[in-house]
Design a protein around this ligand. Structure first.
Ligand SMILES: NC(=O)c1ccc[n+]([C@@H]2O[C@H](COP(=O)([O-])OP(=O)(O)OC[C@H]3O[C@@H](n4cnc5c(N)ncnc54)[C@H](O)[C@@H]3O)[C@@H](O)[C@H]2O)c1
Ligand SMILES: [Fe+2]
Length: 374
């Protein structure tokens, strides 16, 4: 595992505002920045409450799809190009914020996603970017990455650039009070998975470990509370902070096998990203335990279970997820069993994540995990 001697660069928005009610400071920031017109990128639920942003006459694309694909990105770029805006606002979960990042760099360019995908290929941004998360999950508000599904290959295309880093992120936990219990559970598990996978990654780093472990502790303390009582603002704030910490983990360290195995379930079968993470989480934590025993024990402690054996790790992590009301059988989500080999083949090719998992997984190992999760 790397030590403090290992160099690390962290990139974060220059301004992060955190706290219930902070969204009301947006309009003043926009005015002070000299922004004339904002273009808001939102899903339908958030598009129906644009008034909370307090923006004068914003342009809006209000049809962000969950797990957005290429056609969804193309539609939002067409809408953005039709409006003279000098700032883009991502208002929603990771789906809206990821699209907002790409709109911000592509709106003044002739380029398409394929011209900019991968690391550091995005053109220079000439509009401002504001991110306002309304779920507590992805941490996309503080990151440089956007994930778009290619409908032909069903893969997630990752684009990453400092040009896609927000000028300001406003994390207002009060905006997440309306998230339904199962979406709260799923997005919370996603935030936890970012922290756990970065914490146990071969690329883990002591600086990021501090955020990761704190994020996992916050999930252990608050996720069940927020699922049971969505109006519990302390719990909502704890989760918003955990998601922020997870976002910090994603930048320099990123996720590993958990996300690699979750992706095909989301892209091929439209399974919500957080649910897919939850289904894989107990299996991966158990499979990795022998390679990172101390860190696995700390994860268990934070989430309320002991890790004396591989079975104990699996049982504890699985009980944590079922305790949130999640159905932990892959079969329950309408995924045909005979597609699991194709999922395993796809997951095994996600080398950008799998190469940093603490244990090496063959395609057959991955299929075994899917079968066990079924
Ligand atoms: N950029 C990154 O680093 C990063 C990291 C992880 C995931 N992602 C991506 O983020 C996407 C998932 O984001 P997500 O999990 O936040 O889900 P999401 O943005 O798709 O939202 C999930 C659902 O919750 C609804 N919703 C959002 N806010 C709500 C609110 N306040 N009240 C009620 N309903 C609300 C949305 O309309 C949607 O139906 C995926 O595409 C995933 O690949 C990106
Ligand atoms: Fe994620």
């Amino acid at each position: 595992m790397p030590s403090l001697e290992q160099a690390l660069e962290m990139q974060r928005p220059p301004i992060v505002r955190f706290g219930a009610g902070q969204v009301t400071t947006l309009a003043a920031w926009v005015a002070e920045a000299g922004i004339k017109r904002c273009f808001v990128v939102a899903d339908r639920i958030n598009a129906a409450r644009l008034d909370v942003l307090g923006l004068p006459n914003p342009g809006v694309f209000g049809d962000v799809k969950p797990e957005p694909d290429l056609p969804n990105l193309e539609a939002v770029i067409v809408a953005a190009k039709a409006i003279e805006a000098d700032a883009v606002v991502g208002f929603g979960g990771g789906s809206a914020m990821d699209l907002a990042k790409l709109v911000a760099v592509l709106v003044t360019s002739d380029k398409g996603l394929r011209d900019v995908s991968g690391p550091n290929r995005a053109p220079k941004r000439s509009v401002r970017l504001i991110q306002i998360p309304t779920t507590a999950g992805t941490g996309s508000e503080v990151g440089t990455r956007a994930l778009i599904t290619d409908p032909e290959t069903m893969n997630k295309i990752a684009t990453e650039s400092v040009e896609m880093l927000a000028d300001i992120a406003i994390i207002d936990p009060a905006l997440t009070v309306s998230v339904p219990p199962m979406v709260t559970a799923a997005t919370g598990v996603d935030a936890m998975a970012h922290c756990v996978e970065a914490f146990t990654s071969k690329r883990s780093h002591p600086i990021i470990d501090d955020y990761a472990l704190r994020g996992i502790q916050l999930i252990g303390r608050y996720l069940k509370r927020a699922v049971e009582d969505g109006a519990d603002l302390e719990a909502r704030a704890g989760l918003a902070l955990a998601a922020f910490y997870g976002g910090i983990c994603l930048g320099p360290v990123n996720t590993t096998a958990g996300h690699a195995l979750a992706y095909p379930l989301g892209t091929r079968h439209k399974l919500a990203h957080g649910i897919a993470n939850a289904l894989i989480f107990p299996h991966m934590l158990a499979a990795n335990a022998s390679a990172v025993p101390e860190k696995t024990a700390l994860v268990g402690q934070a989430l309320g279970f002991t890790c004396e054996s591989r079975q104990a790790v699996f049982g504890g992590a699985n009980a944590f997820c079922t305790g949130l009301g999640l159905d932990m059988g892959l079969h329950s989500y309408g995924i045909p069993r005979d597609d699991l080999p194709a999922c395993a083949h796809e997951a095994h090719q996600i080398r950008r994540l799998l190469d940093f998992n603490p244990v090496d997984l063959t395609e057959a190992d991955i299929l075994d995990i899917y079968e066990a999760a079924y």
